[in-house]
Write a protein that binds this ligand. Structure first.
Ligand SMILES: Cc1ncc(C[n+]2csc(CCOP(=O)(O)OP(=O)(O)O)c2C)c(N)n1
Ligand SMILES: CC(=O)[C@@H](O)[C@H](O)COP(=O)(O)O
Ligand SMILES: [Mg+2]
Length: 634
């Protein structure tokens, strides 16, 4: 089934293909992608929609010299296959395989390592300006999805396109979808425009463009606007872009390779920034993804008939526990409102959305705005819960600082995907959130250790009158397998819970899911005669002062966290010890050992392997305790 694809070892090989062969190649690439994602998981639906545009771009541009910037980068699979990575593609997102996102470490065809939305246009502006400084005639292309185009940083980039007085092409890949249906005024406008166009309309604009395009390269800036008017439909989003003085072309059929090639050829020589609007279908060519692009946006392994393998189903996750807890607590308190930035499913808000549509806000890919909208709601006396992935909330840091920390405004940040996330890898890990939340005055930072604690933590956070960050991982909860003694008690500000009393001077103090790992380590160690205490810290800020006192009494505390060592829970404890040392002058100062992530990026792979690399699995914790215990000089 890969007669043509077998002959493609690099983009240069596309030139030998006839239009019919290019069409067949698209089908073969689709099959290759679907097959490989069915084994390892990945971003299927977006990639199936971007195959023809990827082929056409590589046919026309020479991205060994020209630069192609993918926004988010989750849709770059065909690009990877075409740029010499076909053979490794079956190991996509695996530990020693290809990244699921563009990666300069893999290929000269990937200028940036990316995974967050809204960066392609501004980086393209920078690269186009850089090319000018270098006096290089390389072409710059930014490929951006319709939902990412309305992200604030994309718009900031568009607003600065006028700095670029040379070629720069923005391809707007419009499939009317984010992960879920796109949200917001601009998205509604784009969808409405799309609905006014029949397939025949799109064919007509494409033909009309092709007729006029040969002139484009020679046109002067002022004349381009007149030309764009003659080659587009009556109803287009041109108002949106031309108000920023950006020539707009399209919409064109994003699955018609031959026309796309002609359009790219003409626009390549345009000596000005421009936008090409292409319509594509998310999930195209594989009916389960075409029918349910949300489900196949980011999927685990599945059968080729679309069904999910039983092994990957059915785990009750921290996200599920959050989704259930917020529904329950919102039933009791009508001030609770929930905000997501385009990720209702991933953050577990789907049930809340169904039950409380008037208290649910999807603001699109706009994390900073999500935080500030939460701030406004809080100021009006509501109880906003901002459910955002850890890595994406990094965008909202300044807004957490100004609108919440500075005002000491109550609000709950439910930070999902904290710690390591598995196969998405470095762009998506949440290894900085304890740091970015705890460095802000007034913020409280807590982490539930299991599903039952999730509810207690959320209840506490909603009622404590402070800005609270609750962090939890992309993982199953372990309530049924591991009982956590004392953890059914309500959360109290800055109070930990001792889940295991040991007779030695060694205390393991862990946060969130690391409590279970620590308890497992303690059980292994007990069999060897090493009897340690295990504490569920619950809070990374404020840290429990009784833990600080224990160090003052000469005990050894080993902190365990699924977070970077810099600015994490262990650091927080050390800071408090040094402050208390100054005031209390401990006479018998004990020790602190921090087990946390290194000052480097953790590669994609299974979460368990990543935790092991950080030294925070039960086995690795036990090894550390053995080493400390062997020294015997606590
Ligand atoms: C800053 C940021 N927020 C959220 C996400 C999660 N995310 C990844 S892809 C995606 C939807 C992107 O939609 P679009 O740009 O239209 O591309 P499509 O998947 O439709 O091809 C979202 C919300 C992200 N990667 N970056
Ligand atoms: C590309 C992107 O940012 C999202 O699609 C993300 O990969 C989803 O991650 P989860 O699978 O953990 O929801
Ligand atoms: Mg889209």
């Amino acid at each position: 089934m890969s007669e043509i694809l077998d002959k493609i070892n690099g983009p240069q090989d596309l030139q030998q293909l006839s239009p019919a062969a290019l069409k067949q190649l698209a089908e073969e690439i689709r099959h290759h992608i679907t097959h490989s994602v069915s084994k390892n998981g990945g971003h299927l639906a977006s990639n199936l929609g971007a195959v023809e545009v990827s082929i056409a771009m590589h046919y026309v541009f020479n991205f060994a010299k020209d630069k192609l910037l993918w926004d988010v980068g989750h849709q770059c699979y065909a690009h990877k296959i075409l740029t010499g990575r076909k053979e490794q593609f079956e190991h996509l997102r695996q530990r020693d395989g290809l990244s699921g996102f563009p990666s300069p470490a893999e290929s000269e065809y990937d200028p940036f390592s990316v995974g967050h939305a809204g960066t392609a246009v501004p980086t393209a502006v920078g690269m186009a300006l850089g090319a000018k400084h270098k006096k290089s005639d390389e072409k710059i292309v930014a490929f951006v999805g319709d939902a990412s185009m309305v992200n604030g940083t994309s718009f900031e980039g568009l607003n600065n396109l006028n700095l670029v007085k040379r070629q720069l092409l923005v391809v707007l890949n419009d499939n009317s979808m984010a992960i879920d249906v796109t949200q917001g005024g601009i998205a509604r406008f784009l969808s409405k425009v799309r609905l006014t166009h029949t397939y025949e309309d799109i064919r007509k604009t494409t033909d009309n463009m092709l007729e006029h395009l040969p002139l484009i390269g020679q046109k002067m800036e002022g004349a381009i606007h007149n030309l764009t008017k003659t080659v587009r439909l009556a109803v287009t989003p041109n108002r949106l872009f031309e108000s920023m003085n950006i020539p707009y072309f399209g919409p064109v059929d994003g699955h018609d390779i031959s026309s796309l090639i002609k359009v790219f050829r003409a626009l390549k020589d345009l000596n000005s920034p421009a936008i090409l609007h292409v319509y594509t279908k998310k999930g195209k060519g594989y009916s389960p993804a075409d029918d349910d692009p949300t489900r196949f946006h980011s999927t685990g392994p599945f059968e080729m008939n679309g069904s999910i393998e039983p092994a990957t189903r059915g785990k009750y996750t921290f996200t599920d526990a959050f989704g259930d807890a917020i529904v329950d607590l919102a039933d009791k308190d009508d001030k609770v409102v929930a905000i997501t930035a385009a990720m209702p499913d991933g953050t577990g808000l789907n049930n809340f959305r169904k039950k409380n549509p008037d208290r649910y806000y999807d603001v699109g890919i706009a994390e900073s705005a999500a935080v500030d909208i939460g701030g406004g709601l809080a100021k009006q006396g509501m109880k906003p819960v901002m459910a955002i992935y850890s890595t994406f909330l990094q965008r909202g840091f300044d807004h957490m600082f100004q609108e919440f920390s500075l005002q000491d405004l109550p609000g709950v940040f439910c930070i999902d995907r904290s710690g390591v996330v598995g196969n998405d890898g470095p762009t998506h890990h949440g290894l900085c959130d304890i740091g970015y939340a705890r460095m802000l005055p007034n913020f409280v930072v807590a982490a539930p250790a299991n599903g039952a604690e999730m509810r207690a933590a959320l209840e506490f956070a909603l009622d404590c009158g402070k800005p609270v960050a609750l962090r939890y991982p992309r993982d199953g909860v372990t309530d049924e397998q591991v009982e956590l003694a004392g953890c059914d008690a309500p959360f109290e500000m800055g109070k930990s819970v001792t889940v295991r009393e040991g007779s030695s001077d060694i205390i393991i103090a862990a946060v969130g899911p690391m409590v279970v790992e620590s308890l497992k380590a303690a059980e292994q160690l007990a069999e060897e005669g090493i009897d340690v205490t295990v504490v569920n810290a619950r809070f990374a800020k404020p840290v429990d002062e009784s833990l600080v006192s224990k160090i003052g009494e000469g005990k050894c505390i080993i902190t365990v966290e699924d977070h970077g060592a810099a600015c994490g829970f262990g650091s927080a404890l050390m800071e408090r010890v040094s402050q208390r040392f100054a005031t209390d002058g401990f006479e018998n100062l004990g020790r602190i050992v921090n087990l946390a992530g290194p000052d480097e990026f953790i590669r994609a792979g299974a979460r368990k392997v990543q935790l092991d690399e950080m030294g925070v699995t039960a086995e690795r914790i036990a090894e550390t305790v053995r080493r400390i215990n062997a020294k015997g000089n606590l």
